[in-house]
Design a binder for this molecule. Sequence first.
Ligand code: 13P
Length: 338
Amino acid sequence: MDIFEIAKKMVVKGKGILAADESTGTMEKRLKSVNVECTEENRLNFRETLFSSNSMKTSISGVILFDETLRQTSSSGITIPELIQKNGSIPGIKVDKGAKLLAGSDNEKVTEGLDGLRERMEEYYKLGARFAKWRAVYSISSKHPSEQCIKTNAHALARYAAIVQNAKMVPIVEPEVLMDGNHNIDKCYDITSKVLDECYKELALHNVNLKGTVLKPNMILPGSDCKQKVTSEEIAKKTLDCLKKNVPSEVPGIAFLSGGQGEIEATKNLNEINKINDTSFHFTFSYGRALQQSALKTWAKSMKDTIKVQKTFDHRAKMNSASTEAKWNEKLEQSFTA
Ligand code: 13P
């Protein structure tokens, strides 16, 4: 498959991406929240349970892995990337080395990991990965994000994307405007517009072929500490409008991050976006927390009951699959019995 076919497959209608690429530090937080020790065995056990579930074939187009997981072997003796492929999905890899303090800024972050990336991509390809992810983060306050932060992160995202395409893999470009703060929805719209605009300027400068990329943005939402009440319809309208104005039409698909939204909230918002989608973009999900939260809780309580954990995950994956085709509703949501 060439990068254009891979990108199309990643955002095909009815399917979306499972972001299971939590670093060991983030996984430690997630497992601690359900009182499970963060050992290599537990990390593998939970992830293998998800990657072996039925919905991998029907609802999940690709899985983003952390370096550790890409190298692990499943209980059936095949590697984790082989298990994902066997279940009809594409393995991907998070390649950034995290958001670090941006020197010269007022506590803002720049994502690092470009040094040695070319060589790492060669190895990741051999291990079975066919797409990659790099996440930049921008926080909103009265003075943030600065122009320095917007420009530096866009430059790094574009250099990463060019290197990934050279390695015959698809870059997921993830500029995440964080939900933290008390800003309103219009502020999120304005900042996201600026961030996306700068990213596409840099991607063009670095000759990245947009047809072989997937954008992973935030939805347009009020800050998590903002009292403003907005409906899913409003979120969908503003999100669609912002993306139409700032994302070139060559981009085949847009896979949203959940960014701290609840599971049902993230499904409902994506469903509303697809209801009013009048563009050529395929809108889908690339959720971490909003796909795994319930499954993680079930797993922590009933680790030995693989079927129960998988049923919980399958339900969430199916609901999100329905939302990619604007077919989700409350009744469908309630149809679940574990
Ligand atoms: P969330 O959906 O939990 O925000 O995670 C998506 C992701 O991959 C962040 O980089």
